[in-house]
Design a protein. Structure first.
Length: 543
């Protein structure tokens, strides 16, 4: 028998605050300190629950210990959170007098948020949340709690973000919760999928896509889907935007054309472009469903508005259209995986970041672009026994794809690369097989066939050299299969790749790194002499 969830269970769209929720008129302040787990939290809940049941009797429909103090081993604020379910939370006379007689103080009243009430127990500290039967919010709390109890990795992730949020100097619980919201929503997505919430419910897909502005600055704008013949049109728009947004990058026609492809991406339904009276593109957007989904269903919201047409609400409307189409796509997949909608920008592009935040997206990942001059000495690294490093060849291309998929299986946001995606990428003029290096074991015999256990894959575009101060190549992918980690292969591969760059008379090497990568990659790269030159941020919503 399938589980039945309350209406709105997977809907995190915030309601509209219509009044001051604080009963006393002002939000109380308190020190936000996350402390190590304490055994007395369970005892505190048991005592509070017994007192509440004794005084309210059968008016208690449900009573649950929720939040971090309900998860063994999880650091938390020294406040026990409890959900109390009554028949009707708006009927305060049916429960408030008795609870106040126990010493609870009524602090929050939010009729627009499922009639939520909150009472504070002051000594010891308890937050008692009151909801009516059938409310979605308390029903969400239980799978979130249970997921953290059962999944160590997410428990550690949540603990880390809680400590960071508390350490960012605040005495406001609201601010503290906002700072950890992105990670909270990420874990909720996995918890919802884990208890079987259908993607059709989690996606919150609209029946119709929102309208886009028909007129901007007095000019008529015609909106239509992209076609395969629009590569040049989009390239012109992306190049114009790139001069402002990504001044050191070049956008080739081939790379734009590659972006038009995808096994689960349809130009006719998943793209939109706005044209002025002259037929020039002023903006375009897409909702690009990834070809594969092994651990997560991801949809990228790529697009741009021409710099001359910004500041008129086009970007805001475009993101709304992209998100709506992405949610329709999610609902259509029928997937039982957690899902993510993502977009990103350079940290310096403050207008983009403000636009994402205004649309409800949260920053989830920070990326650093690192550069290294090749004139500096390249350190020597000892190679593990039985391993050879060689340039990438077509004979070992497929083995390299398999190795890269394994290496990135546990990396944030990564999904397996298909053969078609791999071949399309390698067909680009910018892909530099001769400057790529792979680590191989085996001798090619039937007894010991070649196996790729690590790789550095390189890109080089001479058109970008002038914008970046001279000849350089980019280490687009660096990975070691999980069974071979901890043996110095990454360092050895980077060393040999740097030497290949230098022998090719290049002046610099560049790469990108996830600043939160748990493998310690950032520290390794800095030891190699790489230094930050740029930063970008990925924003996301979870479903």
């Amino acid at each position: 028998m399938s589980q039945v969830f309350p209406v709105g269970f997977a809907d995190f769209r915030d309601g509209q605050q219509v009044g001051n929720p604080w009963v006393s008129g002002a939000a109380p302040t308190e020190d936000i300190a996350v402390v190590d787990p304490r055994p007395e939290w369970q005892e505190r809940f048991a005592k509070a629950a017994a007192d509440i049941r004794d005084i309210l009797g059968d008016r208690v429909q449900e009573l649950h210990h929720i939040g971090s103090t309900a998860v063994a081993g999880l650091p938390a604020k020294d406040v026990v959170d409890i959900d109390l379910i009554v028949v009707d939370a708006s009927d305060e006379a049916s429960y408030l007098p008795e609870l106040e007689a126990l010493g609870y103080v009524h602090t929050v009243r939010e009729p627009e948020f499922e009639e939520h009430r909150m009472l504070r127990g002051l000594d010891p500290r308890v937050n008692l949340h009151v909801y009516g039967v059938g409310a979605a919010e308390p029903a969400r709390h239980l799978p979130f709690r249970d997921w953290l109890r059962e999944h160590t990795t997410d428990r550690e992730l949540y603990a880390e973000r809680k400590r960071e949020a508390a350490g960012e100097a605040t005495n406001s619980v609201v601010t503290y919760n906002e700072r950890k919201q992105a990670v909270t929503r990420e874990i909720y997505a996995r918890a919802f999928a884990g208890v079987g919430v259908p993607i059709a419910d989690r996606a919150l897909a609209p029946k119709q896509l929102p309208a886009l502005p028909a007129e901007v600055r007095g000019a008529r704008i015609h909106w239509r889907a992209l076609t395969a013949d629009d590569v040049d049109l989009v390239q012109q728009l992306v190049v114009a935007s790139g001069r402002v947004d990504h001044p050191t990058e070049v956008y080739s026609r081939a790379s734009i054309a590659l972006g038009f492809k995808g096994d689960r991406f349809t130009l006719a339904t998943d793209t939109i472009v706005g044209l002025n009276n002259a037929g020039e593109a002023i903006a375009y957007g897409e909702a690009h469903l990834g070809d594969t989904a092994e651990t997560e269903t991801a949809i990228s919201l790529d697009g741009t508005v021409h710099p001359d047409w910004r500041g008129e609400g086009v970007g805001r409307a475009l993101i709304a259209w992209q998100e709506a189409r992405a949610r329709q796509l999610l609902a259509e997949t029928g997937s039982d995986l957690p899902a993510m909608l993502d977009l990103g920008a350079r940290e310096e592009n403050l207008g983009h970041l403000a636009l994402y935040r205004a649309a409800g997206f949260q920053p989830v990942r920070w990326w650093m672009e690192l550069w290294r001059p090749l004139a500096e000495e390249i350190p020597s690294k000892q190679l593990a026994e039985g391993v050879t490093i060689r340039p990438l060849t077509s004979e070992l291309s497929e083995a390299t794809r398999i190795a890269i998929n394994d290496a990135f299986r546990d990396h944030w946001g990564s999904q397996p690369t298909t053969q078609e995606e791999w071949n399309d990428w390698h067909a680009l003029d910018e892909f530099a097989a001769s400057l790529s290096r792979i680590a191989v074991v085996g001798d090619g015999t039937d007894e010991r066939p070649f196996e790729v256990v690590g790789a550095v894959l390189s890109m080089m575009d001479e058109a970008e050299w002038e914008k970046n101060g001279g000849p350089f190549a980019y280490m687009a992918t660096i990975g070691v299969v999980r069974a071979w980690r901890g043996r110095g292969l990454s360092s050895a591969l980077i060393t040999e790749t740097l030497r290949a760059y230098k022998e090719a008379d290049l002046q610099h090497a560049a790469l990108d790194v996830d600043a939160a990568n748990p493998s310690g990659a950032l520290q390794m790269y800095t030891k190699f002499g790489f230094a930050p030159r740029d930063r970008s941020i990925t924003y996301a919503k979870r479903a």
